[in-house]
Design a protein around this ligand. Structure first.
Ligand code: ATP
Length: 353
């Protein structure tokens, strides 16, 4: 452990690399206000929002997609929606997004999204929607399935295409929805003339899909296997302490395989690569118990989370800063959305106003 103690810890998780992004002109992404944002949202999406925002300025367009939340009754509460929308915006700013540089706004403040979604709904085959795996998974857990849950990916396509965004930073759970958005753009362009780029997905190569603390495939609010960005430290530690280890390692004297340990997966998100490497070697040669790795994971993770919490606290004391930023964002977004919708209305054959 001597070597590990001498290493310089990183205060930020690794930044994504942008090789293929040299040609990107505009990005769009949305995040649902369905509860406390978690480190899966942060690593899979928000880290990219910040980095892309620094490169693209006002061509980085981010939205709190409040009209998506009620599509899943399990994650929607009319008494909490407004507060959660505000919190989601606040947390993105606290995580490093600069609303003076990018466009950050609330979906329902730009009603053009839902108008375009209706136009796309009329053009999208029902079968394309019923085969979406997220729809099937979520619908299977509900007694009564709202039609909005089926239409969710159509609204998502409208969110992206109304800005003619060519790139969408999301986690890999959104791959199928994005493929459908590409299909909707392709079909529209064929029928009504070239209008929309076919947007490509952009994943964080370091964390395309963050697993749950239970070791299950995806950290997700609906499964309840998350670590919240604002979660109490004692509660986070309780989750880390009970995280599953390499199932083949029963005693400290058994060699462990870091590839089979979710603890090492999380460590790779937050700790410097050199430290992770040293710990992997120690773990594999039985030199270290999982509890020590978990303690280091807690330490390294908190180095990323603490500054976000401090900034969030500061912003909470000045809510007008967040609300003003959202108002300005909606004004800027709406100007772009209106122009696209005018073009769509004309090509679609509607009687002009
Ligand atoms: P739910 O928990 O109900 O599945 P969610 O946490 O996925 O909801 P969204 O608003 O759909 O909430 O996700 C916001 C962004 O975070 C999306 O880009 C999504 O792909 C990304 N994301 C969510 N969970 C993860 C994860 N475990 N790993 C990587 N990215 C994720």
């Amino acid at each position: 452990m001597k070597q590990a103690e001498n290493l310089e810890p990183a205060s930020q998780p690794p930044r994504p690399s942008f090789g293929i992004l040299a040609l990107v002109k505009r990005v769009f992404s949305g995040i649902q206000p369905t509860g406390d944002l978690h480190i899966g949202n942060y690593l899979g999406a928000m880290v990219n929002y910040v980095a892309l925002g620094e490169r693209l300025g006002r061509d980085a367009i981010y939205c709190i997609v409040d009209y998506h939340a009620p599509t899943n009754p399990a994650a929607y509460d009319k008494h909490l929606l407004a507060q959660r929308t505000f919190e989601a915006a606040l947390l993105n700013i606290a995580a490093g997004l600069d609303p003076d540089k990018v466009i950050l706004f609330v979906q329902s403040h730009v009603p053009e999204h839902t108008e375009l979604a209706w136009v796309f709904t009329t053009q999208t085959p029902y079968g394309d929607l019923t085969r979406m795996t997220q729809f099937k998974d979520k619908a299977a857990k509900l007694e009564s399935v709202p039609a909005g849950l089926l239409m969710y990916p159509v609204l998502m396509a409208a969110d992206i295409l109304i800005y003619k965004a060519d790139t969408v930073p999301v986690g890999d759970d959104q791959t199928q929805h994005l493929e459908l958005a590409r299909e909707i753009a392709r079909r529209w362009n064929l029928e009504y003339g070239e209008t929309f780029p076919e947007p490509q997905i952009y994943l964080n190569p370091n964390a395309p899909r963050v697993p749950g603390v239970d070791g299950k495939a995806k950290m997700s609010k609906s499964v309840g296997n998350t670590i919240g960005l604002l979660e109490d430290e004692a509660s986070i530690w309780a989750k880390i302490r009970t995280m599953p280890d390499d199932p083949a390692r029963i005693r400290l004297s058994d060699p462990g395989d870091p590839e089979r340990s979710v603890v090492f997966k999380f460590l790779s998100y937050f700790a410097p690569a050199e430290l992770v490497q040293v710990l992997r070697e120690e773990y594999a040669r039985r030199g270290i118990g999982t509890l020590v790795v978990k303690e280091l994971l807690m330490q390294e993770m908190m180095k990323t989370l603490r500054p976000i919490r401090q900034r969030a606290e500061g912003l909470r004391a000045e809510p007008a800063r967040v609300l003003d930023a959202l108002e300005d964002g909606a004004r800027r977004a709406r100007a772009i959305a209106r122009a696209t919708l005018e073009e769509v209305r004309e090509k679609f054959g509607l009687l002009p106003l």
